[in-house]
Every structure is written in structure tokens, then in C-alpha cells.
Design a protein. Structure first.
Length: 292
């Protein structure tokens, strides 16, 4: 696959090559497994090895490159972490089909707010997932589960309510129709008695809701003033690895999203688990001009 000069992929590749060639300001000689990984990576990106193609056996690769099996496994491990190769137990190593990428920007919330009071026809045209992926609603498979839970100490403190206050917990799993794994794992919380003012907001069968959470809140007279998002990264749990279809070595991004209304009240909290191999976070920060 040709990578245009100046593109994000081109820059990332350039930085990676520079990192391999330089360490602490001194010339760095790439290790054998790194050179083998580079060779296989180049073949995959050039289209010489196509998605779904089985790579030569580890023994054959070791013979070809005149190295030991552990060295070959190190090289393949690098490509597995990058999402270029997947190991299928008992079958070998295969070129992985690229997963649909998700670009999540901090501008998405204003985009959603601008549509929250729009007509149903406007709100039905596209939602946040379509906005982030470039897909259409017909490309997606939605899954939502609703339940009533008691606020933990952590959630009660965020919402400013007593521990044990009933919350509406919403679980979301949205995936690309051509893939088996969802884009992320979402747990969303709202104070139950607040959203119960509109009984439709307690009904999971209404999902996907045109206009998303901001329109749902609008139906009960709530306008958001700001949204705070806190990100951390960590290795995935076994359950997250299986649910998100992660390959070995891929981390997850953990997002705590807090929505605050115009009165300063926290009205919604979301815990989102994002796969590191398909999620790109983009932050655009407007800067005030200096006054002359």
C-alpha cells in the first residue's frame, strides 16, 4: 500500500525509522528481529502480502533469514502488536485485515449539540459512531442493554448524590457489519429519577436514539454546558481482549466522560474502553489571538 508523503502514516513510519536508527543521540544498529519485522511490514504495506494470506511457517522464515525460532517469534510479535499480523493457534500466522479505524475528536460533542434540537429527519441521518468512522447507519450493528443499579461511592461522588441512589446503567456495543468486534465498550450512567421524567429514556428498544444522549437530555429540558474527558491507558483484561478482538500486546484506552449541564450539575457519566489498535484521538484547541 502506497503511503502519501506528509500523511499521518508516512510521518509515523518516518518517526519509527528514526527511532530505530538513533538511540540517545548515537547511531543504533537494528536488531535482527527488527530488520525481519521491517521486511515483512514492507511486504504487507506494499500489497505483496494481502489480508488473510498465511505467512510462511516460523521454521521456514527462520531458515530464510538464517536466524533462530525465538528471533522469528520476536519479529512476528512486533507485527502482532501493530495489528498487521494475527496468530491463529494451530494454523499459523496470517496477514490481518485492517480494522475500521475510529477518529475521535473533541469537536464531536459540539457537533452533537448542534443537532440535538434538530428534526428527527436530520438526527436520523447520522450519529456519533458514523461521525467518528465515516460509515453510514446501514453499515452498523447496534446493541444496547439498560438496567437499574445503585450508585457506588465513586459514582455517587461524581454525581453529587448519596451512595446507593438509583442510576440508569446503559451498556452499548456498536460494530461494523463486516467485523465481529465492537468499536468500544461503553457503560453510561444517568440518575434514574431524572431521566424517568421521559419514560422513553428507560426503554432500550428505542436505541439507536436519533441525536444521541444530548437529544435524550434535551427531551427533559437539560442542556449541556461542557464535557470533561479523562484518558488513561493500560493492558486489557481477558474479558476486554475477547470482547474487542484484540491481538497480543495491544493496550486499551480508558475514558471517563463527564457531562455537565448549564447549572453545573453532572447529568451523565460514561466509562468507555477503547481498543488501542483502531482508535485515534484528535484534539483541536482554539487559541485566542494576542491583543495588539
Amino acid at each position: 500500500m502506497t503511503v502519501p508523503p506528509g500523511s499521518r502514516q508516512h510521518l509515523m513510519r518516518t518517526y519509527a525509522e528514526q527511532a530505530r536508527s538513533t538511540r540517545d543521540g548515537e547511531h543504533y544498529m537494528a536488531k535482527r528481529y527488527e530488520r525481519i519485522a521491517d521486511a515483512l511490514r514492507s511486504e504487507i504495506r506494499a500489497g505483496q502480502r494481502v489480508p488473510g494470506e498465511r505467512l510462511p511457517s516460523e521454521t521456514a522464515l527462520a531458515t530464510q533469514h538464517k536466524v533462530s525460532l525465538p528471533t522469528i517469534r520476536q519479529a512476528l510479535g512486533v507485527l502482532q502488536v501493530e495489528g498487521l499480523v494475527e496468530k491463529r493457534h494451530g494454523r499459523g500466522n496470517f496477514v490481518r485485515k485492517p480494522r475500521k479505524r475510529v477518529e475521535r475528536t473533541n469537536e464531536r460533542h459540539q457537533w452533537e449539540k448542534d443537532r440535538a434540537r434538530g428534526s428527527v429527519e436530520v438526527r436520523q441521518t447520522t450519529g456519533a459512531t458514523e461521525h467518528d468512522t465515516g460509515l453510514t447507519i446501514n453499515d452498523l450493528v447496534f446493541h444496547a442493554e439498560y438496567g437499574k443499579v445503585d450508585a457506588t461511592e465513586e459514582l455517587a461522588e461524581i454525581f453529587g448524590v448519596p451512595t446507593g441512589t438509583p442510576l440508569l446503567e446503559r451498556l452499548y456495543r456498536t460494530r461494523y457489519r463486516e467485523e465481529d468486534s465492537p468499536f468500544n465498550l461503553v457503560r453510561s450512567y444517568l440518575v434514574h429519577d431524572v431521566v424517568a421524567r421521559n419514560p422513553e429514556l428507560l426503554d432500550a428498544s428505542k436505541e439507536p436514539w436519533p441525536g444521541g444522549t444530548q437529544n435524550q437530555l434535551h427531551t427533559i429540558g437539560i442542556e449541556l454546558e461542557r464535557i470533561t474527558e479523562r484518558f488513561t491507558a493500560r493492558p486489557p483484561t481477558v474479558e476486554e481482549t475477547e470482547a474487542l478482538g484484540l491481538t497480543a500486546g495491544v493496550s486499551v484506552l480508558i475514558l471517563w466522560k463527564t457531562s455537565i449541564d448549564v447549572t453545573g450539575r453532572v447529568v451523565e457519566v460514561s466509562h468507555v474502553t477503547l481498543p488501542g489498535d483502531r482508535t485515534e484521538l484528535v484534539f483541536t484547541t482554539p487559541l485566542n489571538r494576542w491583543q495588539s
